[in-house]
Write a protein that binds this ligand. Structure first.
Ligand SMILES: C[S@@+](CC[C@H](N)C(=O)[O-])C[C@H]1O[C@@H](n2cnc3c(N)ncnc32)[C@H](O)[C@@H]1O
Length: 252
């Protein structure tokens, strides 16, 4: 795994108390190497979870962040932003991806770490909602779990016993590139699989074996514990078909 210099500065316990998937700071640091964030820019952190990435954006790039999430309460994130000393420039917002409270063209950039696949595979989401939030020439960036290629069934045979219909949102980088570029709204400037993903994912999977809890704000019908652990899922991927994909694209 490459050396993520910015991520390494952050307390490992703080990261593992708050992560909701493979180290979000690593995914964001990788993503930001392909973006041009400047102090004072307004950035949407879409699906920020417990806000690790929002703190990182404010501290590392000096941007103002709207930390948007659904499962995690804005009041809980505000406490974390206060503790991290960034509550003057990181604003917690509780909003669903299809009911966002922002003006059109408000943001200079929108990033989303391990979240966009929950709503963004919808053919109309970029066009109907997401692209409107960022001004022309502004930047989009996502990091999502997926596969190194598309599979006829939607998943590799090795993961058949672990398959949950939610995971049909896992796609290849090429799928994501086409999904965005065909709209003509953005020009994809980078799209690739991060290297060393098992090394990035395993520490989270190990932690989740004993610490995983569903976010308390989930509705009753959504409170279903997964039937398998992330570690079992990773170990089953003997073909190394899983990927963590980053993609960036300015708005045309
Ligand atoms: C796997 S968690 C990742 C959280 C965080 N980015 C991280 O890496 O720790 C996915 C996040 O996406 C958010 N999310 C999922 N569906 C959403 C929706 N429809 N609207 C807004 N946020 C959504 C959830 O609230 C959740 O915090």
């Amino acid at each position: 795994m490459k050396n993520y210099i910015r991520t390494n500065k952050y307390d490992k316990e703080w990261i593992s108390e708050n992560w909701m998937g493979p180290n979000p700071l690593i995914l964001l640091e990788e993503l930001c190497e392909n973006m041009d964030l400047k102090p004072g820019m307004r950035v949407l952190d879409m699906g920020c979870g417990r806000g690790l990435t929002s703190v990182f954006l404010a501290k590392e790039y000096g941007v103002t962040v709207f930390a948007n999430d659904l499962w995690i309460r804005a009041s809980d994130n505000l406490k974390r932003f206060e503790e991290a000393g960034v509550s003057d420039r990181v604003f917690p917002i509780h909003a669903e991806a299809h009911a966002l409270p922002y003006a059109e063209n408000f943001f200079d950039a929108a990033v989303s770490i391990d979240s966009y696949h929950y709503y963004g595979t919808d053919e109309y989401y970029l066009q109907g909602t997401y692209s409107k939030l960022v001004k022309t020439g502004g930047q989009f960036g996502i990091a999502v779990p997926g596969f190194i290629k598309e599979f006829e069934n939607g998943y590799p045979d090795t993961l058949k016993n672990f398959w949950d219909p939610d995971m049909f949102t896992f796609h290849s980088g090429e799928w994501w590139r086409h999904h965005w570029e065909k709209t003509g709204l953005v020009k994809v400037t980078s799209c690739y699989d991060i290297s060393g993903i098992k090394e990035i994912w395993r520490p989270y999977a190990l932690w989740a074996e004993t610490n995983f809890e569903l976010p308390p704000s989930l509705k009753e019908e959504e409170r279903k514990m997964p039937d398998f652990t992330d570690m079992e899922f990773l170990d089953a991927d003997t073909g190394n078909d899983l990927a963590l994909i980053v993609m960036t694209a300015p708005k045309i």
